[in-house]
Design a binder for this molecule. Structure first.
Ligand SMILES: Cc1cc2nc3c(=O)[nH]c(=O)nc-3n(C[C@H](O)[C@H](O)[C@H](O)COP(=O)(O)OP(=O)(O)OC[C@H]3O[C@@H](n4cnc5c(N)ncnc54)[C@H](O)[C@@H]3O)c2cc1C
Length: 313
């Protein structure tokens, strides 16, 4: 039997892996690429809900600029699964128990698997405000990041949905993409408005009215409707939303979560629990496909180093 068939057959029958990667989007697939090429037996378990799934085009990741998010992950998945050392299951992990070199991973549909090591590449989920039209436009014309989508809306009539002290810095950032800029605080401003005198753009305004609804056509904004009945035309709106970890399993098994809500990792992706690594959005503020790919690759490589160290203690 040749090398490929030997591994492929074993990996499909096995329930016991070197590494189980929970989350099979950009971070998880990148970690799997490093580990699969390092001849580790890898299982990726993915629930199929990446955070950018509603975005029509992904930007700012070289070689894939403007591609559909699902196209990038489909190509990545095909390249990773070309390695017979890697298996992919569409499923949701509901529990992880055990300790370093002896973890049990329980899934919703396919039962339990065991692994020496775990990588959480589970991402985060954004918490939408209860404003009709907001979640429908998320990732289309209601956007989180100027580097990802700002160029496409440059020079257009743009809002920022934000309140609190961070608003000034965000206004300064977006002001470089468009001068037609309004800060919507959705209620009384929770900051010192005088600080905004630094903004030299004469068209900049702060609107404190509460928002009732966003009018849109399949996610493309046209107007903001306020609770007092007034309206404003708008092409795009930036929003800094609160988020939560996609799953509380890392916290349940003891991974430390930092004050900002991210899984605490060192520069190699190691969490506070022995044998568990994490990568991608669940660990970092700089939210982008390229960062997810970079941290996934690092976690995969250093987890492999850890397995070598375990063997030669
Ligand atoms: C609306 C929007 C638009 C964006 N646009 C861009 C862009 O244009 N360019 C760019 O570079 N970045 C963009 N980003 C950021 C980018 O999408 C993220 O940084 C990237 O998706 C993070 O990858 P990840 O693998 O860490 O997490 P995700 O891509 O979110 O994937 C996490 C995966 O883990 C799975 N998962 C979670 N819990 C479990 C579990 N218990 N069991 C099994 N699977 C589980 C999820 O189902 C999901 O498939 C955008 C983000 C958003 C929200």
């Amino acid at each position: 039997m040749d090398f490929d068939n030997f591994y492929r057959q074993g990996i499909m029958e096995n329930r016991d892996f070197d590494v189980v990667i929970i989350g099979g989007s950009y971070a998880g697939l990148s970690a799997a690429m490093a580990l699969g090429r390092a001849i580790r037996k890898v299982l990726i378990i993915d629930a199929g809900k990446p955070c950018n799934r509603q975005t029509p085009h992904s930007h700012n990741f070289i070689t894939h600029d403007g591609a559909k998010p699902a196209e990038i992950s489909a190509l990545a998945k095909a390249q990773v699964l070309a390695y017979p050392t890697v298996r992919f299951e569409n499923d949701t992990v509901v529990d992880v128990t055990g300790a370093n070199n002896d973890f049990t991973i329980v899934t919703e549909q396919k039962g339990a698997f065991t692994a020496k090591k775990i990588i959480f590449a589970t991402g985060v989920s954004d918490i939408m405000p209860a404003i009709p039209g907001f979640s429908e436009s998320w990732g289309i014309s209601v956007i989180h990041c100027p580097y990802c989508h700002g160029y496409e809306y440059s020079g257009q009539n743009t809002g920022i949905f934000m309140n609190g002290e961070g608003a000034l810095e965000f206004v300064k950032l977006i002001d470089n993409w468009t001068q037609k800029l309004t800060l919507f605080t959705n209620g009384k401003a929770a900051f010192n408005k005088e600080m905004f005198s630094k903004i030299s753009n004469p068209d900049f305004r702060i609107v404190e009215k509460e928002i009732k609804e966003l009018l849109h056509d399949r996610g493309h904004l046209s107007e903001v409707v306020f609770k007092d009945g007034s309206r404003e035309e708008l092409d795009a709106m930036y929003a800094k939303l609160p988020f939560q970890q996609h799953t509380d399993i890392p916290a349940r098994i003891g991974c430390e979560i930092n004050d900002a809500g991210y899984i605490k990792v060192d520069e190699f992706g190691k969490t506070s629990v022995a044998g568990i690594f994490a990568a991608g959005d669940n660990t970092l503020r700089l939210r982008s496909v390229s960062s997810a790919v970079a941290t996934g690759t690092v976690a995969g490589a250093f987890l492999n180093h850890e397995m070598i160290s375990d063997r030669y203690v």
